[in-house]
Design a protein around this ligand. Structure first.
Ligand SMILES: [Zn+2]
Length: 408
């Protein structure tokens, strides 16, 4: 079985409090170091050198697709990953339950932990905006304050702006069309009407009365953003003749994997409420037990969470949990393994950067290089040199004998 482990936001820069090492270099990672020592290493420009990748485009690239041509917006992946059906002609979005006062967003996350998320989403699911009886919204709660939304109807377009101001203290914006098409104009109107309809339903719900007695802020708006459709991708089986599966609890990554034709193994978003390290341990158990696949994709989120919050020490802990997981995977499955990241998220800046990410590839007949450990610095001298993100899967599939001849 070939395995690709993507450690979200693992790449970093030297950190003074870690003695000038990156979190990956500072972490105690005997398994990863052993694989780097006996395997090949390099650096990956996941989207393009110097361009900070989004997690969506980065994962498309790492699964072998073109992050510029094949990307059709984030919403389609979110909805698919949340378990909603997305049909041709549908436009999908991410949504946040939020608290609004007099049209001004006072909390984009309505207190963040919206326990009543499932109930609230069911109030909005199936609603048609006033004036657009042929358009229906499907709404699914995912985690905390997050939702996925699918708009179904004729004449819709993903060329629309967000109904989310992205900052608090400002008004909910009017959705604007992003091109001159009739479809974009109509979709913007649909979204504006839908936002008002959702607001009306949420304001009148007894769930908010209950929340107010519990001292929680009201959930009275769904802020919608990230319009997208599910891209029409050549599936993994068609491309490589392999049966692929994935362990990825978070909706976005599930959606990218599903759109590539990979099958889910265990674990849904409920594990997202676990601690970052515990989540890796749960994933390790699922991934070690995965069978009936030729390819397994494993996604780890905790490193990125820690990086965005500037928690370097926690990032080191998650990387050490990944190390243990990779050890378990090697004990459970033969074949080739690649370990890399979807982008760097340096703790010092708390956001994605365009710095290349380290990669190791290990398994039968891999040409070893001089690197003795897994880190940003040591991988820079490896014999994989600098790869594009979209080439990673080809490197791995080539070692498994799964890439067809180009030419004759
Ligand atoms: Zn990411």
């Amino acid at each position: 079985m070939a395995i690709l482990v993507v450690v979200d936001g693992m790449g970093d820069r030297p950190v003074a409090s870690l003695g000038g090492e990156t979190p990956l270099e500072a972490a105690n990672t005997p398994h990863l170091d052993g694989l780097a020592d006996g395997g090949a290493t390099g650096l990956v420009d996941v989207v393009r050198p110097g361009v900070p990748p989004g997690s969506d485009t980065a994962h498309l690239a790492l699964l072998g697709y073109d992050p510029y041509c094949d990307y059709t917006g984030r919403g389609g992946f979110e909805a698919l990953g949340a378990g909603l059906t997305v049909e041709e002609g549908d436009v999908a979005f991410r949504g946040n339950f939020a608290t609004v006062e007099d049209g001004v967003v006072v909390d984009r996350r309505a207190g963040r932990d919206v326990e009543e998320g499932d109930e609230l989403a069911s109030l909005l699911d199936g609603v048609s905006p006033d004036g657009f009886p042929g358009v229906e919204a499907r709404v699914r709660h995912t985690t905390q304050h997050r939702c996925a939304v699918v708009l179904r109807g004729t004449g819709l377009s993903r060329a629309v702006g967000d109904a989310d101001p992205h900052v608090e203290g400002t008004e909910v914006p009017v959705v604007e069309p992003l091109d001159g098409s009739e479809e974009a104009r109509r979709t913007a109107e649909v979204l504006n009407a839908l936002g008002e309809k959702f607001h009306e339903i949420l304001e009148g719900s007894e769930i908010n009365e209950r929340r107010s007695t519990e001292g929680k802020p009201p959930v009275n708006r769904l802020l919608i953003r990230g319009a997208g459709v599910v891209p029409d991708l050549e599936g993994f089986y068609e491309r490589f003749g392999v049966r692929g599966s994935f362990v990825a609890p978070v909706a976005l990554y599930r959606g990218v994997c599903l759109s590539a034709g990979l099958k889910p193994v265990g674990l849904d978003e409920s594990v997202v409420s676990m601690g970052d390290v515990e989540q890796v341990e749960a994933e390790a158990e699922e991934a070690a037990g995965a069978a009936n696949s030729d390819f397994l994709f494993v996604h780890v989120k905790g490193t990125d969470n820690a990086s965005h919050d500037g928690r370097c020490g926690d990032k080191v802990d998650v990387i050490e949990a990944v190390d243990a997981m990779v050890g378990e995977l090697r004990a459970a499955h033969g074949g080739h393994v690649a370990v890399t990241a979807d982008h760097s998220t340096p703790c010092s800046i708390g956001r994605h950067s365009g710095d290349p990410v380290p990669i190791l590839v290990h398994g039968p007949e891999v040409r070893p290089d001089d690197s003795e450990s897994f880190g940003e610095g040591s991988c820079g001298g490896g014999n994989l040199h600098r790869l594009r993100g979209r080439d990673v899967i080809y490197e791995l599939m080539n070692l498994e004998g799964r890439v067809g001849l180009h030419g004759e």
